[in-house]
Design a protein around this ligand. Sequence first.
Ligand code: GCB
Length: 670
Amino acid sequence: MISRIFFFFLAVFTISLYSEDKSDADSFFEREAPNYPSPDNLIGWIDSRQITTLNGEWSYIVDPMNNGLPESSFFGGFPKNKTQKTGMELIEYNFDTAAKIQIPGAWNAIDKKLFFYRGPVWLYKKFNYQPKKEAITHLYIEGSNFTTKIFINGSIIGEFEGGYVPFNFDISKHLKNGENILLVQTDNTLNQSSVPTQKTDWWPWGGIVGDVYIVETPKKFIQNAYLQLNPENFFEALFKLEMNQELSGQRIVLEIPELQFKDEFITNTVGFIRESIIIAPRLWSPTDPKLYKVIISSDQEIISDEIGFRSIKVEGQNIYLNNSEIQFKGIAMHSEPIGIPGPAFSKEHFQDLLLMAKDLNINFIRAAHYPYTRHLAKVADRLGLMLWEEVPVYWNIDWDNSETLNIAINQIKRLVQRDQNRASVVVWSVANETPLSSSRMKFLNTLLSEIEAIDSTRLTTAALLSGSEEQFKALVLVLALQGVKSQWVNPQEKAIFQFILDQANIPIDSELNFSISIDDPLGKSVDLISYNEYFGWYYVTFFTDQMMIPEGTLRKLMFEVLPNIKISSVFNKPIHISEFGAGAKYGNHSNKIWSEEYQARLYRHQLEMLSNNPQIKGISPWVFKDFRAMLRPLPGIQDFYNRKGLIDENGNKKAAFDVLADFYENKWNK
Ligand code: GCB
């Protein structure tokens, strides 16, 4: 019998190898891709669940040909995890003897060979577990870049595309009592339809870049819960809760012991609660970051969190925190720790970053350009820093592609669902520097409505691009006028400037100031008009060839005109300057670009200009710390770091650090 079965398979195998009309999908070279399920709804309040951590040492194997997937390999793929028994089996991989990595952590941060690599890498963890019959066991991953496929004990669990945000799968039926094997394929390839798209000014850190937990919940469990102050009435908070199933009549108790609040609620027919509660909390603010312990219990479980209560709103051109006018004294960041290569993921990483950033006298951080792990907002809650959180809809992406939209929706929803109770988070941002088009408007408005459906208490924004060709022509004229008037400009250059002015019929005694009015139509949909500008760094580069004037002259003139630049918006809303900056290498001293002196000078001129513009109510200069960037190869200066940091990668302060700290402390106080 056995030999008959064997010959049958041999025949099938031979036919599939040589048959002319075999279907492509099932040939020797290629198999049909199996179905990879999508993750379940996000489990909230993760830190108070029954958790077993899988953080720690894992093994990894690089798979540039993507040969380990069951569908792409003849031998069944890595998930089979075949092991040697007699020394005679042909197996061309071995996770037990493979290189080791600490998870969370990016493989391209710890392995020099993988620094520039973009492709699949397999991560492997063997762990012991005793699953409980009466519970659901979930696998929770806080972030994995950018396409992740998961296998447990050889079975497909699912796939998540997008990176940066948490996701979870029910793995109950795949776990064994005792030893289990978790295998995760992480692929950091980005393409035209991914989010972010393939070109970004930050490093595509690959791998599992957040905590990995096994989470046990009861069969009927609290999926997530929302508790936020009513912005219209500070004695009231909105409580929303969602069960994992459509369970009506579930008894839920909400308790805030310090406020002597304890009440009982019953879920409706679809397993939801939506009620207002009466409390009188001390309000959270940067000067008093008060948090309250909140406990929610059902008959089966207890979850808890530390929550601060505050309101944030805009009215006209002002921003109000707890009904008091406030300015966002900010700095922008990337999620990379001080002195450690790779992405930041832990409480300690964010504590280091935020504590040092506080030396700038800030009250606000723009967490650009993608979601960081949940530890960021937890640390910011405690340190009293307001946060802007963002999804990686960056530059030009595939606006018309519904798959792309789904990835972005997933990112924004999961970010909001995870951080919805963080007092520190005051701004959700849906995009950075995205070129105008009607499909982009539709895309971004969809993301904004996804936010609105979950949380309408925070401000929304997007870092806008502005500056039409017309506006930049006007800047050329302003520079030319300044050039004609300035003593130090040489006669040849003066002649060129005069020629430019004559062409435009501008008399030399005119008063010309450059002004920009932000009119991106997305401004209508958001609360805060955010704008990135690089006066004094990039823009002169565009003009130097056209004007046939050396870049050095234009830079000097730009500094002269900078303080008088006017920035406003056609929308009657506050403006936030979400970026400005200049590159400087720490320790490089000169009067040229890339020096600490140039960067500090640019900050002085920029800050003077920004404080002269009454509609500007927030700023977050670019950027706190030098960060890894493939777009920045300049040897000896950049060496694949974007050098616009106020500190270098090891935490050394550049001269501009104190310029900004002094501005926030002494010159921009309301
Ligand atoms: C920008 C981008 C940011 C870049 C920065 C730069 O406008 O928003 O991602 O890193 O400029 O340094 O050029």
